[in-house]
Design a protein around this ligand. Structure first.
Ligand SMILES: C[S@@+](CC[C@H](N)C(=O)[O-])C[C@H]1O[C@@H](n2cnc3c(N)ncnc32)[C@H](O)[C@@H]1O
Length: 243
């Protein structure tokens, strides 16, 4: 795991993806999810989306993450919120689900950290025919200078930082058909949260983060980087169907 992901795992935050939970709710407004549907939140983090899906739709919700720390926060959330979610410790690149298991896969800021095509192919395998993939991910605009591109990859441990078109191509090459895709300007999760938290973004920094410079360094570097370069980023919402 990258040190950026280690730092994120130590945060006290909820939704850790561009657009935040507001954006998740906006996407879900257009979906009809049935009680009998099998939904997998891939790279669930602290489980906010998974718990919402379980409580709102009563569907069979599985939440997978490879970080035990994240899963334990997600389990506590589910207990607190009385949400019926099945938590799974596992790797997105080799999910412990049979072929064609899921009606809906939700991914929020996960594939950007992984070998992209491998992750997309694995989601394709696990989805049923006619199943839907929803993915919200960081996008680099063409204007992003090369040196800055390398810098953000190093800070966040990203193997790539795809353009909007490259994201679309990887879904299409895996065999998905596009239902909708859009690109929005970047306020990252930290910027979103800053607007709604009394204590500002620092209130997300747990005592563990504050007391360990090695842990908090990647987040500070990321914030400095984004203050300078955020206009060169966006976030994409990719909604695809497996035919
Ligand atoms: C930026 S966080 C997003 C978390 C959550 N989706 C959200 O929006 O709040 C990325 C998440 O992906 C998880 N992750 C990264 N690589 C993974 C892998 N190979 N398998 C499973 N989970 C992974 C991390 O542990 C982390 O919880």
């Amino acid at each position: 795991m990258s040190s950026y992901l280690d730092a994120i795992a130590a945060m006290d935050g909820g939704s850790l993806h561009p657009g935040g939970f507001h954006h998740t709710l906006k996407i879900l407004r257009d979906f009809s999810i049935l009680r009998e549907d099998i939904v997998i939140d891939v790279g669930c983090g602290t489980g906010r989306t998974a718990c919402h899906l379980a409580k709102t739709y009563g569907a069979h919700v599985f939440a997978l993450d490879n970080a035990e720390k994240m899963l334990s926060k997600a389990r506590s959330r589910a207990e607190r919120e009385k949400a019926d979610v099945h938590f799974v410790l596992g790797d997105v690149l080799d999910m412990p689900f049979r072929d064609q298991a899921a009606d809906l896969i939700m991914i929020e800021s996960v594939l950007v950290f992984l070998p992209l095509f491998k992750g997309v192919k694995e989601c394709f395998r696990v989805l049923k025919r006619k199943g839907i993939l929803v993915d919200v991910e960081l996008v680099a605009k063409d204007s992003l200078p090369l040196a800055a591109r390398e810098q953000v990859k190093a800070i966040c441990g990203l193997p790539q930082i795809p353009s909007f078109k490259e994201w679309q191509q990887s879904f299409e090459e895996a065999g998905f058909s596009q239902i909708a895709a859009n690109l929005k300007n970047f306020p990252g999760p930290l910027e979103n949260l800053k607007e709604i938290l009394y204590g500002g973004v620092n209130s997300l920094f747990s005592s563990e983060l504050m007391s360990d410079a090695n842990l908090s360094r990647p987040l500070q570097e990321y914030r400095c980087f984004m203050q300078r370069y955020r206009s060169h980023f966006g976030f994409g919402t990719f909604i695809y169907r497996k035919n």
